[in-house]
Ligand binder design. Structure first.
Ligand SMILES: Nc1ncnc2c1ncn2[C@@H]1O[C@H](COP(=O)(O)OP(=O)(O)O)[C@@H](O)[C@H]1O
Ligand SMILES: [Mg+2]
Length: 256
């Protein structure tokens, strides 16, 4: 087995007396897309916030490629390859969509001074940004101010910014939430395309069962902050707890 690219050990965070993430030990490997499911309030977003560094755990550890990343700030974690699509807080709302993505591309090129000299010309950065906009079907709105985009396009822009970072770990938290039925497939195709690159690790929080079935190599179930199931999609989907979450069938009653 390959070394996990990201791993949590006994990861726990308490808010007051409530453990939103409770003793979660789980390892994720390159080339694998793991869907994380669970009812509202299960701790899925909190788990992501702990990994990306927005929240500090009460107990436990997080390892990237085997190294503890507790001391790293969220931006240091992003530079280390942990990619999280964020709601538009890190955008420049008055700049165009293209400028925003170009700045993200430039930030990544800056990580290596030699790379900046070799590939840092404005045109090269802009071309690379444009490729991400084409991939996310945003080329037509490239020159609109980012803040003027309709909701579905804003969610696509989050994905374009994530692509520009070229992370090792892609974390998507309900990426198609609030999208129209014709917009969602663009994002899902993109995630499927990222999956073709076997060096990438993908964590996806998603509710729609057809999406889960189409993309998941593995499903992890969180419930009340605890990891309650982890395995092959067919096996996990068949579990009573998952049937209860998704079909509203109370566990033990589906045979009735
Ligand atoms: N910053 C916070 N302060 C207090 N409680 C929080 C905070 N963030 C999340 N929670 C609580 O943690 C639990 C898990 O929330 P969340 O991770 O958002 O669930 P999910 O994403 O699975 O719907 C919820 O009970 C939520 O109210
Ligand atoms: Mg959530």
């Amino acid at each position: 087995m390959t070394t996990p690219s990201i791993e949590t050990r006994n990861l726990t965070i308490r808010f007051g007396g409530h453990a939103a993430v409770n003793d979660v030990t789980c390892a994720f490997r390159p080339g694998q897309l793991t869907v994380i499911v669970g009812p509202n309030g299960a701790g899925k977003t909190t788990y992501f916030n702990l990994i990306s560094g927005q929240l500090t755990p009460t107990a436990g550890s997080i390892l990237k490629d085997g190294r503890d990343i507790a001391a790293l700030s969220p931006s240091a974690r992003a530079k280390a390859g942990i990619g999280r699509a964020f709601q538009l807080t890190n955008l420049f709302p008055k700049l165009s969509v293209l400028e925003n993505v170009r700045l993200a591309v430039q930030a990544r090129h800056r990580l290596g001074p030699r790379l900046l000299r070799a590939a840092g010309s404005f045109g090269v950065l802009r071309d690379e940004a444009m490729r991400h906009l084409e991939a996310t079907r945003l080329a037509e709105v490239a020159h609109m101010p980012a803040a003027a985009l309709p909701h579905g396009d804003q969610r696509k822009l989050e994905v374009a910014l994530l692509l520009a970072m070229e992370p090792d770990i892609f974390m998507f938290d309900e990426p198609t939430a609030g999208m129209s039925v014709d917009e969602a497939p663009v994002i899902l195709e993109l995630i499927a395309a990222i999956k073709q690159d076997c060096s990438k690790t993908i964590l996806l929080v998603e509710h729609k069962m057809d999406v889960v079935r189409a993309l998941a190599d593995r499903i992890v179930v969180l419930h009340n902050g605890e990891l309650v199931a982890d395995g092959e999609p067919d096996d996990v989907i068949a579990l009573p707890i998952v049937r209860e979450i998704y079909l509203g069938v109370p566990a033990g009653e589906e045979a009735a």
